[in-house]
Design a protein around this ligand. Structure first.
Ligand code: FAD
Length: 373
């Protein structure tokens, strides 16, 4: 056999459409389980933007990521999807979905016609002897191949929890795996704001030295929404974060609107104001004591709390196989010729908006180009 792909997810399936007669080993009973969940079932499969516009949405070795993205841009992904029968629609914010709005249709389109899939079998170890890889599956079956591709994804959204066998395969060949932790996850907060559950509001959030602004949604035990998901990679269990729901300047309000009630003077939903500052919401600005002022500013403009990423709901992971040990043109290992890696198993993570699948598809394309030469 020439090419064996471990992992029938986004990267593995995309690659198999480009490299005919490859074999995929997939540990689940069906391929593309995570792909099925993407974009709320609609599959936001790329983001229409130039490479310089895409790059700030990635975390990792940016010069490496830039090279990969230039090799296979979102336009190229849209064209390849079209060649597989998937017409794309682009939303105003640049997110690209299949016209069907069904991730199932993307999975069907990426199902290889000429490749064989071994489903329900996990690759547990691999060695290279005399130019051939020998991969052992969990039933003891051994497969020999000239080219081995690791496209095993990450631990996020795996039920039961993922044992990390893909990372083990790479590390058994000497590859370095950096520390992994959840990313694109909602945050559970120590201080409750559950009285405001369901409210969507703009916030500024700070974790360590990172700060970002955008839309957030209050949940039953914390906070979610795009800006929170993107920031969560910077929050380790129990880290302190600061949230500004609105920049309140009571001194200025006291001059401008002393007779207004606090809840009418601050541009936030009343239920959120009440949750954050209780009965102070019903006081007139002019009647606030120094202590009231401090409480309002602290709770609304600088709400400090400890936070925990909700691991079960994380969409991806920060960390993985270190990029500098691969060639960015081909995604071939610099340590073991014939070994390749694609997608989430690598030390790259990205914002929400189609950037992760763009990475998975672009890395798969780099491998295909190397194999088809
Ligand atoms: C809820 C959710 C929503 C998301 N929405 C989006 C979105 O809209 N847009 C976007 O860009 N990204 C989205 N993502 C992220 C995106 O799904 C991933 O970035 C992408 O699937 C990564 O592709 P991959 O091929 O690297 O890994 P995966 O798609 O996870 O595939 C890896 C495959 O390898 C298999 N495997 C693992 N180890 C072994 C082994 N040892 N032997 C055999 N098989 C193995 C796994 O079972 C899996 O099927 C979302 C993720 C989640 C969880």
């Amino acid at each position: 056999m020439r090419t064996l792909i471990i992992g029938g997810g986004a990267a593995g399936l995309y690659l198999s459409t480009l490299v005919p007669y490859s074999i995929i080993v997939e540990k689940e009973p069906r391929c593309g389980r995570k792909l099925y969940m993407t974009g709320g079932g609609r599959c936001n499969f790329t983001h229409k933007a130039t490479v310089p516009e895409l790059l700030p949405h990635y975390n990792g070795n940016l010069p490496f990521i830039r090279k990969v993205l230039y090799s296979h841009t979102p336009e190229d992904i849209i064209r390849h999807m079209e060649s597989q029968g998937i017409r794309a629609i682009t939303e105003d914010d640049g997110r690209v979905f299949p016209e069907t709005e069904l991730s199932e249709s993307v999975i069907m389109a990426l199902m290889p016609e000429t490749s064989r899939i071994i489903k329900g079998r996990e690759a547990v170890s691999a060695v290279k002897n005399r130019g051939l890889f020998e991969v052992t599956l969990d039933d003891g079956q051994k497969l020999r191949t000239e080219t081995l591709v690791i496209a095993t994804g990450c631990s996020a959204a795996c039920f039961p929890p993922y044992n990390g066998s893909g990372y083990n395969l790479l590390s058994s060949f000497g590859h370095t795996i950096t520390d992994r932790h959840p990313a694109l996850a909602p945050l559970r907060l120590e201080r409750s704001i559950s009285g405001a559950e369901g409210i969507t509001t703009g916030i500024r959030i700070k974790a360590g030295r990172k700060e970002a602004e955008g839309d957030a949604v209050i949940t039953h035990n914390g906070i979610s929404g795009p800006v929170v998901l993107n920031m969560s990679r910077n929050v380790l269990d129990g880290d302190e974060i600061t949230i500004s729901f609105s920049d309140v300047d009571i001194k200025e309000l006291r001059i401008r609107e002393p007779k207004k009630l606090v809840r009418n003077a601050i541009d936030l939903p009343e239920r959120l104001i009440r949750t954050l500052i209780g009965n102070l919401a019903d006081k007139k600005i002019g009647n606030l004591s120094k202590d009231d002022e401090r409480k309002i500013e602290e709770n609304i403009s600088a709400f400090r709390t400890r936070a925990w990423p909700v691991k079960k709901q994380a969409m991806t992971e920060a960390g993985g196989a270190i990029l500098s040990e691969f060639n960015p043109v081909t995604m071939e290992s610099k340590l073991v010729p014939g070994l390749y890696a694609a997608g989430d198993v690598l030390d790259v993570d990205a914002d929400t908006g189609g950037y992760s699948l763009t990475w998975a598809f672009a890395t798969a394309w780099c491998i295909s180009r190397a194999l088809m030469l």
